[in-house]
Design a protein around this ligand. Structure first.
Ligand code: NDP
Ligand code: OXD
Length: 313
């Protein structure tokens, strides 16, 4: 038996095909669940995103689990997830940059009336009256000032928007006002003309975008959910848009993915839908991240991106 560590990929086979070329260069035995024969007793490490519930606990020698993505709710939703095993999440400046790009794009599309100008162009109409609200008067609120929320906030700040962020702990980020904890949530929401959700999905944040919290936002606010579908009560969003309280929303993530064809979100005139593509983990970067992570683990070191099981992120 080889002494090289054994890594099992528990992912759709099409994803495995993208990753394998980069993993094959490493000093690892790599197996793909559903494609290769392997012994459960031999598996040291797992790479996955949303493993089948109950599966990870069947691997008795598992040392560390690596997440293909930044969010780890797909692991922790499994009531049988072996919580004594370290779970390491993917953190990558390139991923954060792309997430920030997506957020900036959708803020600007709304702020600069892109949809309305598309319509007036169709009518050959010179609609010079639709000026944007002053940037300095357009307040951005970022729910979750972590790796990605901070970068998105900084990019919007650099464009001249007043930016605030809400997190559990107080932050010091130049030019960004920090609100912390439940006590400051209402004040944060009341100062958000754009609300951008970049929270992890945990028991504390599930359903945080709902009728009650939408009512805290100023009238005509715009909501961007780029975190997880479980943050949003979709029916409450539709009601807040139809009542005229909210101006619109951009959604990249959904309660059910792929979003069913019958979902009213697809055709709602005030909603922009994208298919969970705000940023995609780059297989080369992520494979190197896992290879490095395994080297850390083999040296007995704790990885800096290890999930805190008591917080759920
Ligand atoms: P981080 O863990 O770096 O940041 C999370 C932030 O949320 C932290 O600031 C944290 O506060 C705050 N937070 C967590 N729980 C609470 C709470 N109960 N109350 C207040 N604040 C809270 O995560 P990332 O920035 O790396 O990622 C965020 C999410 O983005 C991921 O979990 C994932 O769901 C989503 N994502 C979506 C992608 C897409 O393509 N749509 C791609 C990548 C990520 P504190 O700092 O005080 O701990
Ligand atoms: C992630 C994602 O969490 O792609 O990285 O959603």
């Amino acid at each position: 038996m080889s002494t090289r560590p054994n890594l099992l990929m528990v992912v759709p086979l099409t994803w495995a095909g993208l990753w394998l070329p980069f993993l094959s260069e490493a000093n690892l035995n790599v197996f793909v669940h559903g494609r290769d024969d392997y012994k459960q007793d031999d598996i040291d490490y797992v790479l996955s995103f949303r493993p089948p519930p109950g599966f990870l606990k069947t691997l008795p020698k598992l040392k560390t689990v690596y997440s293909l993505g930044a969010g780890v709710d797909g692991f922790l939703a499994d009531p049988d997830f072996p919580k004594q095993i370290p779970l390491v999440r993917f953190v990558d400046p390139q991923l954060s940059t792309e997430m920030a790009q997506y957020v900036v794009l959708h803020v600007l599309l709304q702020h600069r009336h892109a949809k309305a100008f598309e319509e007036t162009q169709k009518q050959s109409k010179w609609a010079q009256m639709m000026l944007p609200r002053k940037t300095a008067d357009t307040r951005i609120g970022v729910l979750g000032l972590g790796e990605i929320g901070t970068m998105a906030g900084e990019r919007l700040r650099d464009l001249g928007f007043p930016v605030s962020g809400w997190s559990r702990s107080r932050k010091q980020v130049g030019g960004i006002k920090s609100y912390a904890g439940e006590d400051e949530f209402t004040a944060f929401m009341g100062a958000s003309d754009f609300l951008i959700c970049l929270l992890p999905l945990t028991d504390d944040t599930r359903g945080i975008l709902n009728a009650k919290t939408f009512a805290m936002l100023p009238k005509d606010s715009y909501v961007i959910n780029v975190a997880r579908g479980g943050h949003l009560i979709e029916g409450h969003l539709i009601a807040a848009l139809d009542s005229g309280h909210l101006a619109g929303a951009t959604l990249d993530v959904f309660q059910t993915e792929p979003l069913p064809e019958t979902s009213p979100l697809w055709k709602h005139p005030k909603i922009v839908v994208t298919p969970h593509v705000a940023a995609i983990s780059d297989p080369r970067v992520a494979a190197n991240f896992v290879i490095d992570g395994i080297a850390h683990a083999e040296r007995g070191e704790k990885h800096p991106n290890t999930v805190d099981m008591s917080r759920g992120y």
